[in-house]
Write a protein that binds this ligand. Sequence first.
Ligand SMILES: Nc1nc2c(ncn2[C@@H]2O[C@H](COP(=O)(O)OP(=O)(O)OP(=O)(O)O)[C@@H](O)[C@H]2O)c(=O)[nH]1
Ligand SMILES: [Mg+2]
Length: 296
Amino acid sequence: MGIHWYPGHMYKATKAMIELLPQVDIIIELIDARIPYSSSNPVIAKIAKEKACIRIINKADLADPKITALWRKNINDTKCIKTLSCDLGTKEQIPQIMNLCCSLSVNKIGQPTVVLVVGIPNVGKSTLINALAGRRVASTGDEPAVTKGQQRVNLRNGIMLIDTPGILWGKVENESSSFRLAATGAIKNTVMTYEEVAIFAARYLLDNYPKYLKRRFIFSDMPLTESDLLDHIGIKRGCLGAGGRIDRERAATIFINELRSGAIGKISLETPELIDQESLHLKPSLTEITGALGVK
Ligand SMILES: Nc1nc2c(ncn2[C@@H]2O[C@H](COP(=O)(O)OP(=O)(O)OP(=O)(O)O)[C@@H](O)[C@H]2O)c(=O)[nH]1
Ligand SMILES: [Mg+2]
């Protein structure tokens, strides 16, 4: 059972994006390097098939480089789709992205090449627009749903960029994907409690990154369970309520914020192998969503 997170504004934003498609020449889709599968919107995958597409695995600076390398091998380029991993903090890959846009651009006399920038909330779409424009033209912020509507930016080289609000899809079938989206900050903090998300992330980190936890939170004995880990963080960070009881929600908030910021380490929350295993238990439910939006 997946979460249902599809507020009206996201449905409208998806519909507006689809309506714009006939004018679009190139799609840039940003996915999150920490969760390349869970941050890939199946609706975008479906519509992107018709267009030249640049797929950017963003926030690579926060992800485990070994796992990103595995994903790079796993996500194949096709004739129309070029993939590159990126850290927009450094802007190093901006010339390469611009060159790709220029090489894929179509010759339309007197009209700009239209590049639509899409992806889940908080993945870095507006940051990319600003970097490509070379100035701050779009609002950015470390929370989902900062961009509320489409915004057009004309560059001097004949390219028009369109920033879009972050979108998720109607039903995130894989329940683990919902937790991963929440853990990385793509889903508003009001949809799930910090504690729920922290319990999920704690288990993954205890199994896959115990050394990072030890280094960050300094344990003499490694906690065995997710609850023990949160209690330990609560004690270490002084999250105590009435009667000296550990305030789990506060401990969970600290843990999630440090995970999101990269303070615990470069961490990926899914691998291709794990997703293969999880996918065996899922049935596709895309038709329902894309049908409702008018995508055939
Ligand atoms: N560490 C890191 N942070 C990044 C990177 N790219 C963007 N960010 C940060 O991620 C946060 C979200 O960036 P935005 O550009 O606002 O994201 P968005 O996709 O436009 O978000 P919405 O408009 O809310 O959908 C900001 O705090 C950015 O500074 C990156 O490559 N690495
Ligand atoms: Mg934005």
